[in-house]
Design a protein around this ligand. Structure first.
Ligand SMILES: Cc1ncc(C[n+]2csc(CCOP(=O)(O)OP(=O)(O)O)c2C)c(N)n1
Ligand code: SF4
Length: 349
């Protein structure tokens, strides 16, 4: 039976642009009840609402899979493009090149990204394309009945008892190595952290990759799986506590010396990382790689902001695009004048 993404009574509370949370919802979900992807859709609705983003400025992009269906379940007043399997990065590239004022939000699965789509994904990363790229990672191909994907952990078991004998691709490691400039790992069962990390991604200007472990309750939520709710709850270890302070709120937060690290993002918002067990600075790329390698060796499920570089140039900066969206430039401004063509012809004569 269809479930709605958020069944709480609609609140009339409005955000800074006068919209209610209901204005950010989508159609009722058709996913299995309890699927981690629905929880992430709810967190997206909350994150957009609290940030006060105008829905018509958003382009929702996806590939194929249960995860890739989810853009239908939030922001029903936004633009959307459901691409073929694993090809969302091409669509995202075209979208932000054509209209740099759109906020591109891609939602994909671990199969869509790490299996069939890996070739496209790596080029999106190395271009630092301005896109919020969410991977709803359940370790299986949910839509096609639960085969292992390329992020399934070595030794994890299917319900049938079949064991995965291939090593997992670490999407955060890949993202940091290849050039993404905001990289985070989270868990669908930790909504507060998911919202803060999504909002931080909105405030960032380059590629923001959020690898969110999102249990598939139908095919990968049993004992022996390392992508189940129980495994996630028992093993999640926070790198730090994550808070987000948007640019339009002038909140002074008092922290003791060395207690928290506040990173200013592109739009003037701050992501505040409150220290827990470890002393970790996500602005250090080499340290981020070490952290992920350590987590892999010790089989730890670390969540939080792994890496951020708010200053690196994006693909649009590198191409030196005009500030105005290409899609709205007039023909007169796009078409070279006859004299320019004649000059070119002369150089070829
Ligand atoms: C070219 C192509 N190959 C295979 C498929 C079949 N197929 C549909 S969804 C899917 C995997 C989806 O897995 P994932 O991206 O992890 O999403 P989930 O359903 O787990 O959320 C596959 C293999 C397809 N639709 N197109
Ligand atoms: S099959 Fe798995 S991933 Fe797909 S909707 Fe059901 S629980 Fe979610």
């Amino acid at each position: 039976m269809a479930t709605t993404v958020d069944e709480a009574p609609a609140s009339r509370k409005t955000n800074r642009i006068g919209l209610t949370q209901t204005d950010y919802k989508g159609k009722p979900s058709t996913l299995c009840k309890g699927c981690g992807h629905d929880s992430i859709s709810s967190q997206l609705v909350k994150a957009f609402f609290e940030y006060g983003i105008e829905p018509h400025r958003v382009a929702k992009l996806s590939g194929i899979g249960c995860s890739s269906k989810t853009p239908a379940y939030f922001l029903n007043r936004s633009h959307g493009f459901n691409a073929v399997h694993g090809r969302m990065p091409s669509i995202a590239t075209g979208c932000v090149l054509a209209n740099r004022e759109l906020i591109a939000v891609g939602v994909s699965g671990d199969g869509d990204t790490a299996s069939i789509g890996i070739g496209q994904f790596v080029h999106l990363l190395r271009r630092n394309l301005p896109v919020v790229y969410i991977v709803e990672n359940n370790g299986v191909y949910g839509l096609t009945k639960g085969q292992f994907s390329a992020t399934a952990d070595l030794g994890s078991k299917l319900k049938t008892g079949v064991s995965n004998d291939l090593p997992a691709i670490d999407l955060c490691g890949l993202a940091v190595e290849l050039g993404a400039t905001y990289v985070a790992r989270s868990f669908a069962g930790d909504p507060k952290q998911v919202v803060a990390l999504i909002q931080g991604a909105f405030g960032h200007s380059g590629t923001a990759v959020l690898d969110i472990i999102s249990p598939c309750v139908t095919f990968n939520n049993h004992a022996g799986s390392t992508k189940s709710y129980t495994w996630g709850k028992d093993n999640e270890e926070l790198i730090h506590e994550v808070d987000f302070i948007p640019h339009f709120e002038d909140i002074e937060v008092e922290y003791g010396e060395g207690e928290a690290l506040s990173v200013e993002l592109h739009d003037g918002s701050h992501i505040v990382l409150k220290k827990l067990e470890r002393d970790y600075d996500p602005r250090n790329r080499r340290r981020a790689m070490e952290l992920l390698a350590e987590a892999h060796e010790k089989q730890q499920f670390l969540t939080g902001l792994v890496y951020v570089d708010p200053k690196e140039k994006t693909f649009l900066d590198l191409l030196n695009l005009v500030d105005e969206p290409l899609a709205t430039l007039s023909v007169e401004r796009v078409r070279p004048p006859r004299s320019a063509l004649e000059e070119i012809m002369e150089t070829l004569a």
